[in-house]
Design a protein around this ligand. Sequence first.
Ligand SMILES: NC(=O)c1ccc[n+]([C@@H]2O[C@H](COP(=O)([O-])OP(=O)(O)OC[C@H]3O[C@@H](n4cnc5c(N)ncnc54)[C@H](OP(=O)(O)O)[C@@H]3O)[C@@H](O)[C@H]2O)c1
Length: 242
Amino acid sequence: MTSLRGKRILVTGAGSGIGRAAARLFWDSGADLILAGRRLPALQETLWVAKHVALDHADDAAVAAFAEQCPELDGMFLAAGQLVPGSVAGTSAETFDAMLAGNLKGPWLMCHHLGARIREGGSVVLVGSNIGLRAIPDSAAYSIAKAGVHMLARVLALEWAPRGVRCNAIAPGPVHTPMVEARMAASPDPAGDLARLATVNPLQRMGHAVEVALLAAHLLSDESPWTTGTVIPIDGGADAVF
Ligand SMILES: NC(=O)c1ccc[n+]([C@@H]2O[C@H](COP(=O)([O-])OP(=O)(O)OC[C@H]3O[C@@H](n4cnc5c(N)ncnc54)[C@H](OP(=O)(O)O)[C@@H]3O)[C@@H](O)[C@H]2O)c1
């Protein structure tokens, strides 16, 4: 098992889904954790023994204030994000702004304010999406924001390399989490949609949050010292095929 022993790692979006699975895996791997999200009870439910901070990652003043009192970190796993579906024509300017804030401005602010808190040898993992790599209908603003997250990882890899800090993005395909469940709940054909999501990749199934967490743990650990500036799809092979 990958070791994160002795590493202090901040996890956003830790109150559910991929962030929650990651927090629990990182804890089992020996990490000292700070869990962030907007709902404190959800963070506590993830892991009582961790430190918790209620934080909207898209709020510049709130992230700046948190950074003032945040101790030095060995890594960050920035999993917070949200999805409102819609085409370009069907997405309002307000929703577009919300998608950019919730998915791109958030990790930008976390890295802007907390980048200096990452120790030499540290690692930051951003969560993009495989639909930030390839277009699908009806997720325009979200996909565009996630494409920006991928480039943010590359830019930070360059900026932080002189300090020996790495930055990568992971690009998951569909994973069973509350985000996907909410989308299915709003669909006229949830069972059909779920079946389609599961069959677009060669492995013919959706992912599990812990499978994404395992990749994040590898990138945060000392097992990946020469890996930086990458965007790694984790999607059952969907990125490899049409
Ligand atoms: N599930 C998938 O199929 C899939 C595929 C590709 C990429 N992703 C990405 O993976 C990440 C995790 O998603 P998930 O599927 O685990 O969804 P999820 O269960 O809905 O988790 C998202 C988390 O982000 C937090 N969050 C949302 N907006 C926030 C904000 N403004 N400030 C702070 N925290 C915020 C939410 O917590 P609070 O509401 O408590 O703040 C929630 O815990 C997201 O970035 C998502 O875009 C997911």
